[in-house]
Each structure stands twice: as C-alpha cells, then as structure tokens.
Ligand binder design. Structure first.
Ligand code: SAM
Length: 439
C-alpha cells in the first residue's frame, strides 16, 4: 500500500531513469507501471513537502506507555494509530508533526520514516541510501548526525553502518553538484535515525532532536530524578487530570507535581522548548509552528484543585523551588518542607503519586523494608479517603507496605525494573459501601 504522498513523490529509480532515458523506452516498462510496481524489498515512504496531506510518523516511548501515547495521539488528531513495542505509528501532516512535538507528554521522539529497504551488506546499505533525495530534505549548509540502532549479524558495527549512510549522503550531494554538508555530533541541524533489524533497513528523520523529556524546566538535577515522560505517563495512568487534590509527599525536584500541573492546566509540556530538529529541514514552516503554539494557548484551563509537593530534604526543596519557578508553576504548586511520616495530610482526600527512594541511588537511614513498612502504616492510618500510587523497583519491599494493591503495573525507570502500584485507602465504612455498589 502506498500513501498519496508516496505517489506524488518521484520514485527512487527516477534519477537513474532520467540518465538512461533512451534505454528506458526499450528496456523498462512505461513510467506509470514503474510507479505502480516498485520492487518489493524497496519501499519509499515519501518525504513530506510543506503541504503534503499526510505521511507516516512514529513516536517512541518508554515500555508500557504505549496506551497513554496512543490516546495522546488520538487527542491531537493523529490518524491510523497503531501501537507497537515502545512506539506508536500514526499518520498526519506537518502541522500534526509540530503538534506532536509540542503536545505529547509521553513521547521520547517523533520520527518520520523516509525509506525502508533490505540490504545484505554495507555496499547495498550505501547504494540504496544514496538514492534518497537528501538535497530535497536539507540544504548543503546544514550539519547533520546519524543515530543508529542495529540488530543484525550482517551489520555487526553500528558505527560503521552509520558511516556508510553518512558517505551516501555526502556523495549524493556531491553528485548533485552541491558542496557537502558537514557532520556535527553534538548540536547538528538535522538528525537522521538508522534502524537495522536483520536485513531490514529503515532510515528516518528525527523531528525532535533532543529527546522530548528535555522540557527545559529542570534546571537543577536530583540524585535520582524521575524522567519527565515517565512522570507524565504515570499520572495519565492513574486517570488524574486535575479533578481532585494531588500530593507528591517525596517530591525530590518536583517532577511529578510539575507534570501534574501541566496536565491539569492543559499546557503542552514542550511549549517553551527553544529548539526542535525539524527547524533544520527545508520544509520548516515557522509560521505554521507559530500557529500551533498560538492555538495551544487557547486550550489552557485554570487549575481548580491543590497540587502539593512535599519533601524532607532542604537541598531538594531548594532545587524543587527553582524547577517549579522555571516551569512557571509557582502559583499552581504548594511546596512544603515536610517529613511524610510526621506531617498531617494537606487535605481530607485526593490522589497521592510518588516515587520513594529505591535505596539504590539514595541512601536511607533504615533498610528499605522498614522504610516501606512506615510508608504503609502512614498511608493506612493517616490517609484514609485518598488513593495512593507509588512506583518502586524493589518488588520484595512492596510486601512490607502491608496494604493490598488494587493495581500492579510493570514499568521501567531507567534501567530499573519497577512496579507502579495503586492502593485505595478507604476506611472500613467506605470499603463496605464500595463493595455493595459494585455487587
Ligand atoms: C526517588 S526521590 C524522588 C525524585 C523525584 N521524583 C524527582 O523527580 O526529583 C525520593 C525523595 O524522597 C525524599 N524523602 C525520603 N524520605 C522522606 C520523608 N520521610 N519525607 C519526605 N520526603 C522524603 C528524598 O529526599 C528524595 O528526594
């Protein structure tokens, strides 16, 4: 199946055909036929010109956030949404690509696949990559870089595979009588993503550049911060969108409260990001980006509940304050230096979302089992009427909580295997009522 945009593009063979015009008449089928039946192993997906109707994209995410990402894509108007492992495929136009980069809370990157093909060796990898009309995508004065993910016994060195793609791009520009664009590792204008699985090659343009969790508000780091995309994904998993008070009782640098405030106020997480990689492409349309940013502001909504960020450590409180200010959330988040085990709850009910110390990156005075036992009894005796969600990596320690989890969701936090667990902290009476109403 081909896109409309595919059909509008020149076929990969078109340059070669032009050069062999005379022979083509005799040996090749008519042009229409060539277009209708591209070689099976080689499928051009199509480079999106500024006004292309619709083209394919892939948003990548962390494990187990595919459902949330797919829902987010649906909300911004993406079409043909298809969940994959740690990614969601979709279709849309350039405006949707800009929206995706600005609005998606759980996406790490938004890629635009350009070309799929099979290659059995470096020579074929190079030759086919050279057929891509790179000069239509970015100009010779732009710098570029290539990231690669290679899982193949045919290409054992991912760096060498990247190098061949780099050669193909540079040689393509030269053959087009243009000067060669330079490679820049740290801050390239254009980022290209190479994925090889066995003999299957996919070359994509990375429209985001720096991963989308780099929202720009986290100016101060914590020893064990939670990734912004993971924080947003966890909040979305709980279903909280600002309907009741929210508390992170061990907030560190306040990532969870900041992401919660952005969700509740319907503010795109990357509204204030200063750069996206798509700005280096030839089809970059600054007025379209301004339009998308302007429209985003029309969707803001006022915060109707309280968001509490609590933390025991004074250095962390200072860092949290800096981050909350740089996210422009000073008026939306109530930051308090409090010990979870000593302070009274900030209100009578609400949602708790937190990641307590795992003991791996942060030292604890007591052992993790005792610490978790204290969390469990504090929740049980002090937070009746609340729903608590917590993410932790030590599954054994969860047992010390002493409460029955109503949900257990496997997650990854960096390289740590974790669980995100829900505890409904009803008092006995409420529990009975709930049991009766669900009968
Ligand atoms: C894993 S970190 C949270 C990181 C945070 N989500 C972020 O993104 O920065 C756990 C935090 O719990 C805090 N903490 C530990 N014991 C606490 C207690 N009794 N009361 C409040 N905070 C506590 C630690 O100081 C630490 O900042």
């Amino acid at each position: 199946m081909t896109d409309k945009s595919d059909q509008e593009e020149k076929s990969p063979e078109s340059d070669i055909l032009k050069k062999l015009k005379i022979r083509r008449k005799k040996q090749f089928p008519p042009r229409e036929e060539v277009r209708k039946t591209p070689p099976k192993e080689e499928k051009k997906i199509g480079y999106s010109k500024p006004n292309a109707d619709s083209f394919r994209m892939v948003a990548t995410c962390m494990q187990n956030l595919e459902d949330e990402l797919a829902k987010e894509l649906e909300d911004i108007g993406a079409k043909d949404i298809e969940k994959q492992k740690r990614a969601v495929k979709f279709k849309g136009d350039l405006e949707l690509m800009y929206k995706a980069n600005i609005w998606l809370r759980t996406a790490l990157k938004v890629l635009q696949p350009l070309f799929h093909y099979t290659a059995k060796d470096d020579k074929e990898l190079y030759e086919k990559a050279k057929k891509i009309e790179w000069e239509d995508i970015f100009s010779q004065d732009k710098t570029f870089s290539i990231d690669s993910a290679v899982h193949s016994e045919h290409f054992t060195h991912s760096q060498f595979a990247s190098l061949r793609i780099k050669d193909a791009i540079v040689d393509r520009f030269r053959e087009m009588q243009l000067s060669r664009p330079n490679v820049e590792r740290d801050q390239p204008d254009v980022r290209i993503h190479l994925h090889i699985n066995d003999k299957n090659v996919t070359i994509s343009l990375d429209s985001s550049g720096d991963p989308l969790f780099k929202r720009g508000y986290r100016t101060v780091q914590h020893a064990a911060p939670i990734n912004e995309c993971l924080a947003a994904g966890l909040i979305l998993k709980t279903g909280w969108k600002g309907e009741c008070d929210l508390l992170d009782p061990m907030c560190g640098t306040a990532t969870i409260p900041i992401e919660a405030a952005l969700i509740a106020c319907n503010i795109p997480p990357n509204l204030n990001r200063t750069h996206f990689a798509f700005e280096g492409w030839k089809n970059y349309d600054p007025s379209l980006l301004s339009k998308v940013l302007g429209q985003a502001k029309e969707h803001f909504r006022p915060l109707k509940v309280n968001i509490y960020a609590r933390e025991v450590n004074s250095n962390n409180i200072r860092s949290a304050r800096v981050n909350i200010n740089s996210a422009n959330m000073r008026k939306s988040i109530i930051l308090e230096q409090e010990d979870f085990f000593k302070a009274a709850p900030p209100s009578s009910s609400g949602m708790i979302i937190f990641n307590p110390p795992y003991g791996e990156r942060l030292e604890l005075e007591e052992g993790l089992p005792d610490f978790f036992e204290k969390i469990g009894s504090t929740l049980k005796f002090e937070y009746t009427g609340w729903t608590a969600w917590m993410i932790a990596s030590d599954i054994e320690s969860f047992k010390n909580i002493g409460l029955k989890a109503t949900k257990k969701i496997p997650m990854m936090n960096g390289k740590l295997e974790c669980q995100f667990r829900e505890y409904e902290l009803f008092d006995g009476k409420l529990k009975e009522e709930k049991a009766r109403s669900t009968k």
